[in-house]
Design a protein around this ligand. Structure first.
Ligand SMILES: *Cc1c(COP(=O)(O)O)cnc(C)c1O
Length: 526
């Protein structure tokens, strides 16, 4: 109790590791950046923000399992709760605050028209168990989005229900497994090829479905090594999972040859479409020989995401894979729009359901609003501007940082840590110093094929002067690092953040997932 009182009265020092340039404050607050304890540490016994009626007296039917101790909820007044969560919300960095250059994630602006449409009562207040006759418009909306996804990708079918990119991978690879099954080849084709630069979800998906993952090396230009791929293809290969543009921010220029080789070997081509933002409106993956591809609606077609949600990962499928698409799908007949569920009369062998209900309705609405408000010309410009922004960043930094590969990039600029060699500054230190400059770091140490990778995806939605300031900050940090005298400074960054360097290894190895009154203070400080 004494310890928690100390914490609530004066919190300066202690928690902040290393030396700070800012003077310690009595409260631990830094200007209007407020320190925040856990809500459990703030609670006082007997305090309550709501007025609940006494529970009715009922006979205990729990057969001795009735709780005897406290529930353990913190006791707080309503203003305390409101203030706590408002302070927490201000600790989040967000796409609505500034440049969010996290490569591979496409943290782009979410146009407010999307939100306006998603909040219309006829859409926002829907319940998935409403009778179909009362949700005709919603079903038509899903079908309209499906139409545009098929049109933009040049693919004949789409499964709308997967809830994220990784879930879409699962859906697509299950369709491939089902198609192999139907041909009697599932037992023989056990291998899934994945480039070394692949997003971790690709090998994870293949492994979760029981395939053996075989990595394909990259060539010196950051693309799939075609000769190595051809050598790996054989009667034991089920599919390749390939991202295009790839996670090095480069277009796989030999993609048509890759797909031809994969098909000639009797395997399928799964395309990870998470980077569709870079080519939407310009290239149709169907024309490149793709058999199926997920689309991260939350990346390419906006919707704020990160931190676990929300997402939507519809999967477009070729004619050959369409018969295995999961339930449900939307059909129109003489009675209007209906939902094809398990038991619907179909020619193929749908692989069952992947999730409850019909998919992420709010995301569908935002994606359709995004597509329709941009139009065909606007979507094409999205891709062009995303690529232009990344190349602008690349060109403006390439004399002080080291681009991982030569030549122009697609929608993200990839640097390695070559420019930090012998400076005593690592990629991690560099990223931490960006925080002091007010920038969320770029993606670090991914893709793995590049040493000390720094992957910057500016997206199409930042103004030029904001990119210029971002570039200016990175240039100044790079020059400072290369001066050879600033390593200490970098190691001490971030100096201005409420928390500085945390022991991430300890947090990963010994995560403290549960608050307990006795040990909270010590562990929270760690
Ligand atoms: C984001 C991403 C994924 C996974 O998508 P989620 O929606 O986060 O599940 C897969 N592959 C690549 C290349 C990605 O960038």
């Amino acid at each position: 109790m004494a310890a928690s009182q100390d914490r609530s009265l004066g919190r300066s020092g202690g928690i902040v590791a290393g030396e700070s340039t800012a003077p310690a404050t009595f409260t631990g607050n830094r200007a209007l950046q407020l320190e925040e304890p856990l809500i459990f540490e703030m609670g006082q016994p007997g305090r309550c923000g709501v007025d609940l009626p006494e529970p009715p007296k009922v006979k205990d039917r729990l057969n001795g399992l009735r709780r005897t101790g406290d529930v353990g909820l913190p006791g707080l007044s309503e203003p305390q709760v409101v203030q706590h969560y408002t302070r927490l919300s201000q600790k989040n960095y967000a796409i609505d605050m500034g440049v969010y250059p996290l490569g591979s994630c496409t943290m782009k602006h979410n146009p407010r028209i999307n939100e306006k449409v998603a909040r219309l009562p006829g859409i926002g207040d829907l319940h998935p168990l409403q009778p179909v006759s009362t949700v005709q418009g919603a079903l038509e909306l899903i079908d309209a989005l499906a139409h545009w996804l098929k049109t933009l990708t040049g693919m004949p079918a789409v499964a709308m229900s997967p809830a994220a990119g990784a879930h879409g991978e699962m859906c697509g690879m299950m369709a491939i497994a089902a198609a192999l099954d139907a041909k009697g080849e599932r037992a023989q084709r056990r291998i899934v090829l994945a480039p070394e630069s692949a997003h971790g979800t690709n090998p994870a998906t293949a492994a979760a479905l029981g395939f053996t993952v075989k990595p394909i090396p990259a060539n010196d230009h950051g693309r799939v090594d075609l000769a190595a791929l051809k050598a790996a293809l054989g009667p034991d290969v089920a599919a390749i999972m390939l991202t295009n543009p790839n996670t090095c921010g480069l277009f796989e220029s030999e993609i048509v040859e890759i797909s031809a080789a994969v098909h000639a070997a009797g395997a399928y081509f799964y395309c990870d479409g998470a980077n569709f933002n870079a080519i939407v409106g310009r290239v149709r993956p169907g024309d490149l020989g793709v058999d199926c591809m997920h689309i991260n609606l939350h990346k390419t077609f906006s919707t704020p995401h990160g931190g676990g949600g929300p997402g939507a990962g519809p999967v477009v499928l070729s004619q050959a894979l369409a018969p295995y698409a999961p339930y449900p799908w939307i059909v129109k007949d003489a009675n209007g729009w209906t939902v094809a569920e398990d038991g619907a009369r179909v020619d193929g062998q749908p692989l069952g359901r992947l999730k409850a209900f019909h998919g992420q309705m709010g995301m569908f609405t935002r994606a359709l609003a995004y597509i329709m408000s941009h139009g065909a010309d606007g979507l094409k410009q999205v891709a062009e501007d995303a690529v232009l922004s990344a190349n602008y960043v690349m060109a403006a930094l390439k004399d002080v940082m080291t681009p991982a590969f030569e030549g122009p990039c697609m929608h993200e600029a990839l640097f390695d840590d070559g420019f930090l060699k012998d400076t005593g500054v690592s990629t991690l230190d560099f990223a931490k110093a960006m925080i002091d400059e007010g920038y969320h770091p770029m993606t670090m140490y991914f893709p793995l094929v590049v040493h000390g990778a720094m992957l910057i995806e500016p997206t199409e939605s930042q103004a030029k002067e904001d990119l210029d300031r971002f570039i200016g900050a990175l240039r100044s940090l790079a020059e400072k690092a290369k001066s050879g005298t600033a390593a200490e400074d970098f190691k001490a960054a971030p100096r201005y953040a409420p928390r500085r360097r945390l022991d991430e290894t300890l947090a990963a190895r010994k995560p403290v997932l549960r608050w307990r009154p006795s040990n909270s203070l010590k562990q929270a400080a760690e």
